[in-house]
Ligand binder design. Structure first.
Ligand SMILES: Cc1cc2nc3c(=O)[nH]c(=O)nc-3n(C[C@H](O)[C@H](O)[C@H](O)COP(=O)(O)O)c2cc1C
Length: 564
């Protein structure tokens, strides 16, 4: 492919790609997301390839291995276009029948479509399945429609039109204004306004500036960034290039994990394709703007997702955070101004540029705009990735998309943000998905990992689990975090072992207060959050463990059973 040198050439290429698409030609889209991979989708893909060869249908049927479709609970998922018939839990043994009956014979196979476990109602098409119905899949909805290894698939759905618009119809100040007006808030946990951060880096002294994608996603229970980036890498890349143009950066970095080979492969392919097509490198689309991207891998520790630690890691040093009074936006990688945003934050940028800030800010609540990807896990019927407008109630997420709590159990709590977040009780599930509302309640939206807990979960054990995780993940640089976590973990372990003492709760609160105040980085400063939220809403459970030596959830083995 010759490189594209102008917007006219980009549109010409897009037209050419679209003209080759035969809308009536059957296409089998097989989810190749990480959950479906674990459920054996590679064998399903091979079975389809073999059956198509066997039935000599190579020229009549297309196959597409796609990114995550979101409904992880029911994988491997197969969608057959153009009808969009959706089959769930597909096995290699189902494949010959799917080809003969559905692809060739245009008949629906009843046993493979969605059946509501409560009502028995069936759904043939993906968009009719309760899990998908009423989601606003603005970011992840394209996953089933594209092969993430094909830039042409991304161009066919309008890819890189926002970049062309930004480079040729807007100057950097206008792009910045649009992002600020959209009130795009960072999706990595803090909810910091992206426009303000971009502006700080743009205005910081120095010619050399960097832009970075934080694709570390080390939080237990978080899997939405991976689903989005693996499934649609060009979307994130397009957002990054627009950000670089706005900020005045010519070098970008993608920081990701060493243990996600599928994500790495798709990123590498996207980068080399974009380079080949003239969307990266020198003189992008003939605009005179130059920008390159490098991929860096982590060393397998949770704290390397923290902004300053991540930047040290890119420099080739140990991923240790530094005090927050030095802002990475002004002094980041090699002390140059560096703008870091989360995967989902960058992915929002192209749609804001294409549709405008007015459109974007019409979605969501007053101060939390757009949609949010949620990775839904725990005691929930439908584990998976959900995308909903900000403001959607937690209840809707749990019951409409998540399908409720399995095995007739009662919902007890919802925990956001993993070890740096908090839990709220069932009585608050009418609360909206909103950065500020959740933070006022004592939790935080975090990166969007929503852990659903039923009545069998012990809230002392949940706090103990998160501290156990963090005790291995603190970098150890500052004493409050290193020693504080260890002490809190010891006390909580004693409580769950039936060795809790009067005064333990107060001691935990005191240590939590010191760690939260004195730790060097947000990891240490967030350590108290899960525990304090649980003491706010579930203090009686802690007291029952200590005073009565009882675990109300009947979880802790060393303790007497019994209700409060
Ligand atoms: C211990 C720790 C781990 C973090 N891990 C991630 C991560 O994996 N991905 C991410 O986007 N942000 C992570 N963050 C938040 C980043 O420091 C930073 O705020 C974020 O990437 C900024 O992007 P945003 O403004 O688009 O949200 C982490 C923070 C801490 C304290």
């Amino acid at each position: 492919m010759a490189r594209i040198n102008s917007v006219a050439e980009l549109e010409e290429l897009r037209k050419g790609i679209l003209s080759k698409i035969e809308p009536d030609k059957p296409c089998i889209a097989i989810c190749a997301g990480i959950a479906c991979l674990g459920l054996g989708n590679d064998r399903v893909i091979s079975a389809f390839e073999e059956e198509i060869r066997k039935q000599s249908l190579e020229t009549k049927v297309d196959i597409r291995a796609t990114g995550c479709h979101g409904f992880c609970e029911k994988g491997p998922i197969v969608v057959i276009y153009p009808e969009e018939i959706c089959y769930l839990e597909v096995t290699p043994e189902d494949v010959p029948e799917i080809i003969t009956q559905t692809v060739v014979g245009k008949k629906v196979i009843d046993r493979l479509i969605y059946t509501d476990p409560n009502t028995g109602a069936k759904a043939v098409h993906q968009f009719e399945i309760p899990f998908y119905k009423n989601q606003s899949r603005l970011l992840i909805g394209n996953n089933p429609k594209i092969n993430p290894k094909s830039i042409e698939d991304y161009l066919a759905i309008g890819g890189y039109s926002a970049l062309a618009k930004a480079l040729f119809a807007m100057n950097p100040e206008q792009v910045l204004e649009e992002i600020k007006k959209a009130n795009l808030r960072g999706r990595g946990g803090g909810g910091f306004p992206a426009g303000s951060k971009w502006e700080t880096t743009r205005n910081a002294p120095g010619e050399e500036k960097y832009v970075i994608v934080n694709a570390h996603e080390g939080e237990p229970g978080a899997f939405m960034d991976r689903a989005l980036f693996t499934g649609n890498p060009h979307l994130v890349l397009e957002g990054l290039i627009i950000g670089a143009y706005t900020i005045g950066s010519h070098q970008g970095f993608i920081y990701t994990r060493h243990d996600t080979p599928q994500l790495r492969e798709n990123i590498d392919i996207a980068l080399s394709e974009a380079k080949e097509y003239g969307l990266l490198g020198k003189n992008i689309l003939g605009s005179g703007f130059n920008f390159n991207v490098e991929v860096h891998l982590d060393v397998g520790i949770f704290v390397s997702g923290e902004s300053s630690a991540l930047m040290r890691s890119i420099e080739g040093k140990a991923p240790e955070p530094r005090p927050k009074y030095i802002r990475t936006s002004v002094s980041g990688i090699w002390n140059k101004p560096s703008n870091l945003n989360n995967v989902e934050t960058w992915a929002n940028v192209p749609q804001i540029i294409n549709n405008g800030s007015k459109w974007y800010s019409s979605i969501g609540t007053e101060r939390s705009k757009g949609t949010k990807l949620i990775s839904l896990s725990g005691n929930i019927c439908n584990t998976g990735v959900v995308e909903v407008p900000m403001g959607t109630s937690l209840k809707e997420i749990i019951y409409n998309f998540g399908g409720g709590i399995p095995n007739g159990k009662k919902l007890k709590a919802v925990h956001f943000g993993g070890p740096m977040g908090g839990s709220i009780p069932e009585s608050l599930i009418d609360s909206p998905l909103d950065f500020d509302v959740l933070s006022k309640l004592g939790t935080s939206l975090g990166a969007g990992d929503m852990l659903v807990l039923d009545e069998d979960n012990c809230m002392v054990e949940v706090a103990r689990y998160f501290l156990d995780f963090l005790s291995g993940e603190s970098c150890g640089k500052c004493v409050p975090c290193r020693e504080g976590i260890r002490q809190m973990l010891k006390i909580l372990t004693d409580i769950t072992d039936g060795k809790g003492k009067e005064g333990d709760i107060e001691l935990l609160e005191e240590i939590a207060g010191v760690v939260g105040e004195a730790a060097l980085c947000s990891l240490g400063r967030s350590v108290p959050k899960p525990l304090l939220s649980m003491l706010k809403y579930f203090r009686d459970e802690y007291e029952a463990h200590i005073k009565d030596k009882r675990c109300p959830a009947l979880f802790c083995k060393e303790l007497k059973k019994g209700e409060l």
